[in-house]
Design a protein around this ligand. Structure first.
Ligand code: DX5
Ligand code: ZN
Length: 214
């Protein structure tokens, strides 16, 4: 299982040890959660912080934009050196155009679905994206309880991907721990995002290893 620790639960007073831990760990990506206080009821961090993080992080960056009009920020995300740019389906009036623009900038395009957005809204874009991010909590905060219905959505998405021959990876974000991670793996997930499960542990690197070995 690929693991993407979310820096949202890191120590904002001193991120260096957290980045060093992620560099040493079995993490496949570093997940960066950007919030604008409009699309979601919270504000996290922006480009100056992510630029500093990107300079020290040796894992590929998976940028999750919980913001309105994410297409306005494609070149800034590209300049971070990000591998994946995730935009919310609910935030994009012209999702196909935004996916094309992310590709033109040389990044993998991820489309994110909130818990109440059905998987079948992806039918006409699934063959064009490299990743779908299923939110298993309502976006905006770390440490929320996992929404069990998300497992059904992952199974449905796996079926859609297999039927269409899409190469999209399935990533899941919110309330991931060892138990929910196992359910998600069995449902067909490829990447697990984990914030509080990793960073609230005395040994975060060990928690990344637990998820990676599911
Ligand atoms: C929530 C963010 C998540 C968050 C997950 O809106 O997208 O990436 O950090 O945190 P946990 O793993 O604590 O649910
Ligand atoms: Zn996220």
């Amino acid at each position: 299982m690929k693991v993407a620790p979310s820096l949202l639960s890191g120590n904002f007073l001193n991120l260096t040890p957290d980045i060093e831990m992620i560099n040493r760990s079995e993490a496949a990506y570093l997940h960066l959660d950007v919030m604008d206080g409009v699309f979601v009821p919270n504000i996290s961090f922006g480009f100056p912080v992510m630029q500093a993080v990107a300079r020290e992080c040796r894992k590929p960056l998976d940028v999750h934009l919980m913001i309105v009009e994410p297409q306005k920020w494609i070149s800034q995300v590209r300049d971070l050196g990000a591998e994946i740019m995730n935009v919310h389906q609910e935030a994009c009036a012209h999702l196909h155009r935004t996916v094309q623009a992310i590709h033109d900038a040389g990044m993998k395009a991820g489309v994110t679905l909130c818990p109440a957005t059905p998987v079948n809204t992806l039918v006409d874009i699934i063959e064009d994206v490299e990743l779908v991010l299923i939110m298993s909590v309502n976006p905006g905060f770390g440490g929320q309880p996992f929404i069990p219905h998300s497992v059904k959505k992952v199974k449905e998405l796996r079926k859609l991907i297999d039927e269409t021959g899409s190469k999209a990876m399935i990533e899941v974000d919110g309330g991931v721990n060892e138990q929910t991670g196992r359910l998600l793996k069995d449902a067909g997930a490829d990447i697990l995002v984990a914030g509080s499960y990793v960073f609230s542990a005395p040994d975060p690197e060990e928690k990344i290893r637990v998820l990676a070995n599911l």
